[in-house]
Write a protein that binds this ligand. Structure first.
Ligand code: ADP
Ligand code: SF4
Length: 686
């Protein structure tokens, strides 16, 4: 289908200094947990986005010198010429599709702990490093400043030699030495590099000029800048120094890439911020500069993109997460296939890869990070190898994705769902406060399979073993999900909690089934992801008196990985939820809960009308167990029915099963590995 002319504006070429972007889709720099550790994977992932139509594709943050080393995070590294080939590979993949390759050079100063290089970190003023490492950065003297300029210049020349088209001078996310100099709260200097904004901006201007002078007629030079640090007068604001800084050097760079604050705020999740949330902060930038402006805000709607360009707020639609969830988003708009866009749900599971030092993954896009090591393409998949029929039981994230991918392969698929709605756990979870966008996991897949003549969906169809056997499919795939434990069995209490027979004990399944809760409620979170904190929030919002208890030292502790922990805890505190950390729930009676301190073992009691236990889930696998005795030709379990986990893991499990069906089983490690080169020598004299 031809594209709607309304979207033509998104496909206009845009000049960025000496280079031209073929359209307005711009993948801003984003971490991916692969970087220098898994460079072939990183390069293939970026290449896939070029194939999908993004006109500009950037690296993650790239270290320029060992004095700012991010180990164990896996960013890029361009310390010496030997690092060039890794980036040359990425550029080659991007240029294959006429896109531009950008590199975000960075010296992270006081925000790097140098665990690999063991060099003292550098900062405008002496101060402990960010985080809790027992380490302080030393104040940079004039020779350090000269050296930093030299390192940046040399890295810029290496970037040019690698084949990049665009280079960043980076002052974003409070993560670079240049932004630390700019910042009034990190820079206590009294020399020409401290004090007034002009002085604090001196080093930035010098590095910008050095970079332009080194590469400016061959590459575009861009600035990435957080216009508002969300710290009020202590930091930059878009009405104050953030704006003053942009006015100061408005037309010096070839492009402004603008955002806000730290990564937590820039990559805010949908639970806390809606699409376009940064517009209020960055919309002024285009009034101040004549250079192109790129901004982000989880933009997935082409209509919103058009209005951002038409109303003069942005020249480029910047995206990290929307390009991860759908590397082919631009192509789908170009080809008039809007309804095929796989929209980001704003869950930050992608961020959790990088945060836990592992390759990226995505809830919506199971192929993300698998482009090289498994050869997975986000849009295409091998055709079926037989005319076998498939019965999938369970229409949650795992079953839906499996049906979609098998349908794409051309298999005849029947999807049977016991309830009257598709979505599994998401039927209820998408209705929790802030999780509406998570429903896109279901909506995307439901629409896709509705378009496939070879996929048939049956609701209100609870299948038992006899019906399955009678159905006679060549392959039976169980995606029957999981249920929450009722005895408190989990990490902290492997044998369960002492529960009196007259105690009111509930699980999330009861809340979803509409059980009315008797205040005061004790929410016991031994799961540590989003659900415990979110149910406490919901029950409080419903007017209950709520105490949140967890053996962890903070609320929803795993959500550090999704950059939400601080926001979640703050919200519960503001709502008046009582929070008790580092305590186990040991006993529940009709009106009391007994808590045990994780450090001293001391016990205390709480009034408790009902205890809500969020501890672990059990696979719903009784059908599987029965069918094991039925001698079916092919029987598989996927998703939570196999091992309860995240929605991302369920989608991945369904996708993997669809890819593998009818293919020869893999022998050994089920993906290609990237091995570090071994040196040929031992040290002499040591
Ligand atoms: P996952 O995350 O692995 O997809 P969910 O719990 O979200 O798991 O979804 C499982 C789905 O399977 C639910 O919608 C449930 O109603 C359905 N289901 C469970 N048992 C049966 C069955 N015997 N027949 C049909 N559907 C079933
Ligand atoms: Fe979006 Fe979630 Fe995928 Fe990240 S993991 S790109 S937030 S859907």
């Amino acid at each position: 289908m031809p594209r709607d002319p309304h979207y033509d504006i998104l496909f206009e070429p845009v000049q960025i200094g000496p280079v031209t972007a073929r359209n307005r889709f711009y993948q801003v720099p984003h971490c991916n947990g692969m970087g220098r550790k898994f460079p072939s994977s990183m390069a293939a992932m970026r290449r896939t986005k070029a194939m999908g139509g993004w006109a500009v594709i950037c690296t993650e943050e790239v270290e320029i010198h060992p004095s700012a080393d991010h180990t164990p995070w896996a960013g890029g590294r361009l310390w010496e010429d030997r690092d060039i080939p890794y980036f040359a590979r990425m550029c080659e993949g991007i240029h294959e599709f006429d896109s531009l390759a950008g590199i975000e050079l960075n010296h992270a100063g006081v925000t790097s702990t140098n665990r690999y290089s063991r060099m003292p970190p550098l900062a405008p003023s002496a101060i402990p490093v960010v985080g809790h490492d027992p380490l302080q950065a030393r104040e940079m003297d004039m020779s350090d400043i000269r050296e930093l300029r030299r390192w940046h210049r040399e890295a810029a020349l290496r970037a040019r030699d690698a084949g990049f088209d665009l280079i960043y001078v980076y002052a974003g996310h409070q993560l670079s030495t240049l932004s630390h100099f700019l910042s009034p709260y990190r820079n206590r200097r009294t020399d020409a590099y401290g004090g007034s904004l002009e002085n604090r901006a001196r080093l930035f201007r010098e590095v910008l000029e050095d970079t332009k002078e080194a590469v400016g007629d061959t590459m575009a030079v861009a600035i990435r800048f957080s216009v508002d640090e969300l710290m009020g007068e202590q930091g930059f604001t878009s009405a104050g120094e953030g704006r003053d800084f942009i006015e100061m050097i408005a037309d010096v760079p070839d492009l402004w890439d603008v955002n806000i604050s730290s990564w937590e705020n820039d990559s805010a999740t949908s639970r806390f911020k809606s699409s376009g949330f940064q517009d209020d902060y960055v919309s002024f930038v285009k009034q101040v500069t004549s250079k192109p402006v790129v901004g982000v805000g989880r933009y997935t709607s082409p209509d919103t993109m058009v209005s951002m360009v038409k109303n003069g707020h942005l020249d480029f639609i910047g995206a990290a997460r929307p390009s991860i969830a759908d590397p082919f988003l631009p192509k789908k708009i170009e080809e008039g296939r809007i309804e095929d866009i796989r929209e980001c749900i704003g869950c930050n599971i992608c961020v959790s890869g990088d945060q836990s030092f592992a390759p990226i993954r995505c809830t919506q896009n199971p192929t993300m990070g698998e482009e090289w090591r498994k050869g997975w393409h986000p849009e295409t998949i091998a055709r079926k190898t037989s005319d076998d029929t498939v019965l999938i039981i369970g229409g949650g994230p795992a079953g839906l994705e499996c049906a979609r991918a098998l349908g794409l392969r051309g298999y005849g698929v029947t999807l049977a769902e016991a309830s009257s709605q598709l979505g599994g756990r998401l039927v209820h979870e998408r209705g929790l406060p802030g999780l509406a966008e998570w429903g896109r996991v279901v909506d995307y897949r439901t629409y896709q399979i509705s378009q496939m003549a070879n996929v048939h969906t049956y609701l209100d169809s609870a299948m038992d073993a006899l019906q399955v056997a009678e159905f006679g499919a060549d392959h039976v795939i169980l995606a029957t999900g999981s249920t929450w434990d009722r005895l408190g069995i989990g990490r902290e209490n492997p044998l369960g909690i002492t529960l009196a027979t007259d105690a009111t004990v509930l699980t999330p399944d009861d809340i979803f089934a509409g059980t009315v809760v008797q205040s005061p409620v004790v929410v016991f979170d031994d799961d540590h992801y989003f659900l415990g904190g979110l149910l406490a929030e919901k029950l409080r919002a419903d007017g209950n008196s709520v105490t949140y208890v967890t053996p962890a030292t903070e609320v929803s502790s795993w959500t550090h990985n999704t950059l939400e922990q601080q926001k979640i805890q703050a919200r519960l505190m503001e709502m008046g939820v009582q929070i008790i950390t580092s305590h186990n729930l040991s006993q529940v009676s009709a009106d009391e809960a007994v808590l045990t301190c994780g450090y001293t073992g001391a016990q205390r009691t709480l009034d408790c009308g009902a205890a809500l236990l969020i501890t672990m889930r059990h696979p719903v696998d009784s059908l599987y167990t029965t069918l094991l005795g039925a001698n079916l030709p092919s029987l598989t379990r996927i998703g939570d029915a196999l091992a309860p986990s995240t929605i991302a893991a369920a989608v991945y499990s369904g996708h993997l099963c669809a890819r593998e069906l009818g293919e020869p089983p893999s022998d050994g490690v089920p993906f290609k590995r990237e091995l570090t080169a071994l040196s040929s020598d031992f040290p002499t004299g040591a």
